[in-house]
Write a protein that binds this ligand. Sequence first.
Ligand code: HEM
Length: 399
Amino acid sequence: MAQPQPGDLYYDPYDYAIDANPHPIWKRLRDTAPVYRNEKYDFWALSRFADVLAASLDHQTFQSGRGTVLELIDKMPEPTPMIFHDPPSHTRLRKLVSRAFSPRRIAQLEDRVRGIARGYLDPQVGSGGFDYVQDFGAKLPVMVISSMLGVPEEDREQIRIWTDATLARDPGETEPTPERRELMAQLWGYFARYIRERRAEPRDDMMTDLLESEIVEPDGSTRRLSDLEVLTFIGLLSAAGNETVARLLGWSALTLEANPGERRKLVERPERIPGAVEELLRYEAPSPVQGRTLTRDVTLHGATMPEGAVVLLLTGSAGRDEREFPEPDRFDVERPIDRHVSLGFGIHFCLGASLARLEGRVALEETLARFPEWSVDREACEMIHTSTVRGWETVPIRL
Ligand code: HEM
């Protein structure tokens, strides 16, 4: 049973016009339809911070196992990555990989991340301008993951080019084109060969750790991950870690330019940058929609969502909820933020959170140290549209 909804209130994550600026609609959802029903795509949506948080914590009711991307629910080929698992298999898979992403392990990567960032930014000094996403934001995370996986230095640029092709979409393209599929096949072929080589020749890198770690089966027996399972995990890292960081950095260039006073505060006091990264994540969540399916009927704010229903948790809306964040539409790098849901919450909390924060902080430190001011050529900026990630594919800046 849905609540009565204002007739003109409409939201779906596929509509380009809404995606361009969903904040006014998300506000109306929070205020007038906190349990929103979309008949066209057959989903429900929760938009208030408290509801998104509670649903993220209640993984027994709000499950991920049938998928978390609206158009892919019940359509994912096996083996699915852990983001589409529930306990107990999610617990087993997550335990296997969490060590490689622990805050301590990630902190050790700082020099490497900084070196990669400098390598892209130094040549831009004196250039007059560059594309902050294409020439920097989209490159940095791919190179960092390749380096964590131990991909030989000489292959990393090719991996980046292939990864770029898998992420890019032309206007109106919802399915990858045959050319893109071919590039994706080359990328996966590369990693399949790489996995075989590493099994034969272990080294000190995350790939070797993955290949050597043992998964405990429900009956207590142990086994190594299959090549396909390792490949699936690499695919998840690429899908969850590259595009999101690229979008975060695109939003950073735009938001800081639109708020020059806040940018100046970061130039003057770089120690404020970690707080600014949290504020950026809250203000424009790069991954604003997480799907779930219900294992039982749930009644909330007078509406009943039935067992089996698909529910979208609008984490992007939660970050602008005035019930949680005073003056939520104001971008304030000094805002005290105890918690937000832009990196998820509960058992699926972003595995790469420490890495995302490190990349965001180092990227901004290195950017602001070289370029304390820039302007954005807004006419030339292009958004990329998917149902899970929101942000910019190109952000040309002038120095
Ligand atoms: C700004 C950058 C990032 C954002 C905004 C982001 C956002 C998120 C969110 C919202 C979730 C929860 C999904 C859900 O509840 O269904 C998530 C999960 C995940 N993220 Fe991130 N992420 C970022 C960067 C990264 C990076 C750099 C990596 C790894 C290299 C990564 C790997 C993952 C993985 C593996 C999961 C699934 C965890 C699980 O199911 O237990 N993410 N991320």
